[in-house]
Structure formats: C-alpha cells, structure tokens
Design a protein around this ligand. Structure first.
Ligand SMILES: Nc1ncnc2c1ncn2[C@@H]1O[C@H](COP(=O)(O)OP(=O)(O)OP(=O)(O)O)[C@@H](O)[C@H]1O
Length: 229
C-alpha cells in the first residue's frame, strides 16, 4: 500500500499571522521503499510525519493511504485508519517502563483489538526477526538503547501497518548502533513491503535507504533517488 502526499500545505499560528511550514509538498512512497527526509532543524520534518500519520490536518493538499483519501474523513475514521495502517517509531523508543518487550507488543495488539493468541505468536516472530528473542522477557531498563529502539520498531510493526513513519530513531544512539537501526529499518521495509518514511539529520547513516529528500524552507526536493545506493 503506497503513501501519497499531494500538494501539502501546513502553517502554524505565529503571533497574529501564520507561518508556512510545508509549502506544496508532494511525495509518493511505494510498498517496500524506504525514503529518508533530511533538512535543518525546524524545517518541518516532524510536521510532515504528523500530516502523513493523520495526527495533524493539513491546510491544503491530500493524503492517500493505499489509494484511500484520508483528507476529508471524520476524526474517528482518521483514527481508525491510523490505527490499522500506520506504525510510528519515535526519537526515543517511548516504551512503557513496567512491561517486558513481549508485553510492549501485546499491548499494541490489544489496543488495536487483535486476538491475544495470534498476537502472542506474532510478537514472538517479530522479536525473533529483529534479533530480540533473548530479551523478550526483559523490561526497558534492562535493555540497551539500540535494543529499546528495536523493540519500538517491532511494536510499530505489530499490527501489520502499510506505512511506517520514523522520527529520528538514532538520535539517542552512537554511530554504530544508529547505523544498525537504519539498516534494520531498510530490511524490514523490504521484507514486509511497508512504505517507510524516515526522518533523520544524519546523512552519513543513510547508505541503506532508497531515496533521500531534503526539506528546506517548506519545500521538499529529491537529493538522491532511482537506485539503492
Ligand atoms: N504546534 C505548533 N505550533 C506552532 N509552531 C510549531 C508547532 N509545531 C512546530 N512548530 C514550528 O514549526 C516549525 C517546524 O517544526 P518541526 O518540528 O516540524 O521541524 P523539524 O524539522 O522536525 O525540527 P527538528 O529537526 O528540530 O526536530 C518550527 O519552526 C517549529 O517551531
């Protein structure tokens, strides 16, 4: 299922005026494709993810998920679409401190109304796939930063999203662990055929991505594309 942004405009109130943060931004990400968005601090990268993730409504333009236009849906319908089709990975893993890795994933499945037995199976499979089988019973404080981030990715994949939106997942990690997280994202994007948008200011760690786009003064432009680098 592809993610399509068409002519997105977004502005925030700024005193008694409005400040444009996204100015006619268009982007299509296909299933199995990992697109990285880079750009200076404050250039609107997180805002772009918030619009794509149906957390924020744009002033103009359209957001389509798998061909379904989310733009004019009612808030409850947008919530359902978000829950069923979109996975989020944040800067910090944002895990619940008292839950084991397995239970972090089960909680996500429970919130989405999934059956507990199939959820348990899927959690074990995902933790295995992401190299976390041995820490499935550990709580966040027992995990390394990289492991916490991987649990966050596993949790985001728990409900089989079509679209994965990832905001600066390496900012709390050193270079090697950060690189490993990006490589892992590239791998699961292809294997699970999700359309992934990754926000990162760390260009050096982006060797495994399919495309790099630059967001600057509200305008998105393609830096590198066409083939896997
Ligand atoms: N809710 C809001 N109300 C008003 N202004 C906002 C709001 N959210 C973000 N902004 C402003 O919009 C601009 C873009 O913010 P955004 O967080 O999207 O940028 P970013 O590129 O993700 O930044 P960073 O790399 O520092 O995380 C910034 O100038 C920010 O101050």
């Amino acid at each position: 299922m592809s993610l399509v942004l068409q002519g997105i405009r977004l502005s925030y109130p700024d005193g008694d005026q409005r400040r444009t943060v996204l100015d006619d931004v268009s982007l299509t990400v296909e299933p199995g494709e990992l697109a990285a968005v880079t750009g200076p601090s404050g250039s609107g990268k997180s805002s772009l993810l918030a619009v794509a993730g149906l957390l924020l409504r744009q002033d103009a333009g359209r957001v389509l998920l798998g061909g379904t236009d989310a733009t004019d849906l009612k808030p409850a319908q947008r919530t359902t679409m978000r829950r069923e089709r979109i996975g989020f990975v944040f800067q910090q893993a944002n895990l619940l401190p008292s839950l084991t890795a397995t239970d972090q994933l089960l909680a996500a499945a429970h919130l989405a109304g999934r059956r507990p037995d199939s959820a348990r199976e899927r959690a074990a499979e995902l933790l295995g796939e992401l190299g976390l089988a041995e820490v499935a019973g550990q709580r966040p404080h027992q995990l390394s930063g990289g492991q916490r981030q991987r649990v966050g990715i596993a949790r985001a994949l728990m409900n089989e999203p079509a679209v994965l939106l990832v905001d600066e997942p390496t900012s709390a990690l050193d270079r090697t662990r950060g690189q490993a997280v990006i490589d892992l994202l590239a791998e699961v994007t292809r294997r699970r055929a999700v359309a992934t948008v990754l926000v990162s200011h760390d260009l050096a760690s982006l060797a495994a991505v399919d495309r790099v786009l630059d967001l600057r003064d509200g305008v998105l432009s393609e830096l590198v594309s066409g083939q896997r680098r």
